[in-house]
Design a protein around this ligand. Structure first.
Ligand code: PHE
Ligand code: CO
Length: 295
């Protein structure tokens, strides 16, 4: 990657961090507190208990390959040696959510931005913005999978294109990310498994997405997904199921420009909708769903 240009040091509420022109910072590994490492261990332990029968094999393989675990918060530098050799991806430490175009540029260059700070002990079950546990534990293991690694880069390139086309296209593409990279399920011979990072970093949703009768579980269809609103304030009302990462990669290979044009003329589906003629793994009971807060 390019060498980030340091523009200033900045006192933030998470400590004193160097800020670069690109928004990339150094992971301040030495300044993590014992509490920070304990939060990592607690979250990691909980997911280790839960995920063997729930996460897809590719994710579990990735966790094992990196040797994530009790040692506490990993050093990005160590992970980068493994990751670089496997798929050429690189983790970069950031303060948090990035502007869309900056995020896309990172992905397009096989750099994955990871928030360097971890949540507080009182936020184990929920926080509103992505922290290190979500970004690292949720997203990074699958970057060792060659097909998924290529999908993420293609998404970044597609993002730059959608950004240039306009806000509607960007919304369609964001929904795709949400329902695949963040909240995707995959069908395997042993049943449905999780690959979405938003689920994998959440104990509650790791159980809910597979066990609850409330949400829909529906076969992945590109345009359907890109035209479906979603929830940011609750567990998902619908999960979309892919058959393989190859299927996902192939479905997203065509030029999206005509798709964006087509979707402009169609009203979006609500998060809880089930349409005629789709592949329904589960038609949810909707129990406990709140109405009218789709994004
Ligand atoms: N094929 C998409 C386009 O032309 C790019 C893309 C690839 C988007 C993979 C998402 C995932 O815009
Ligand atoms: Co995420």
């Amino acid at each position: 990657m390019q060498t980030p240009r340091r523009v200033e040091h900045q006192q933030t509420d998470r400590g004193y961090v160097p800020v670069y022109a690109t928004g990339v910072v150094e992971q301040p590994w030495a300044s993590y507190s014992p509490t920070d490492h304990a939060v990592w261990r607690t979250l990691f332990e909980r997911q280790r208990e839960l995920l063997p029968q729930r996460a897809c094999r590719e994710f579990l393989d990735g966790v094992a390959h990196f040797g994530l675990g009790e040692a506490g918060i990993p050093k990005f530098e160590d992970l980068n040696r493994v990751l670089g050799r496997a798929t050429g991806w690189e983790l970069v430490a950031v303060e948090g959510l990035l502007p869309d175009e900056v995020f896309f540029d990172h992905l397009a260059h096989r750099r994955f931005p990871v928030s360097w700070w971890i949540r507080k002990p009182e936020q184990l079950d929920y926080l509103a913005e992505p922290d290190l546990f979500h970004d690292l534990f949720g997203h990074v293991p699958l970057l060792l999978n060659p097909v998924f690694a290529d999908y993420m880069q293609a998404y970044g390139r597609g993002g730059m294109k959608a950004f240039a086309i306009g806000p509607q296209a960007l919304m369609n593409l964001t929904r795709l990310y949400w329902y695949t990279v963040e909240f995707g399920l995959i069908a395997t011979g042993a049943g449905l498994r999780i690959y979405g990072a938003g689920i994998l970093s959440s104990k509650g949703e790791s159980i809910y997405c597979l066990d609850s009768a409330a949400p829909n579980r529906i076969g992945f269809d590109l345009e359907r997904v890109m035209n479906t609103r979603y929830r940011i304030d609750s567990y998902q009302q619908t999960y979309f199921v892919i058959d393989s990462f190859e299927q996902l990669f192939e479905a997203t290979r065509p030029d999206f420009t005509p798709i964006y044009a087509r979707l402009k003329t169609r009203p979006p589906h609500a998060a809880a909708d089930v349409l005629a003629d789709e592949r329904v793994f589960q038609h949810g009971t909707r129990e406990g769903f709140a109405a009218n807060a789709d994004t």
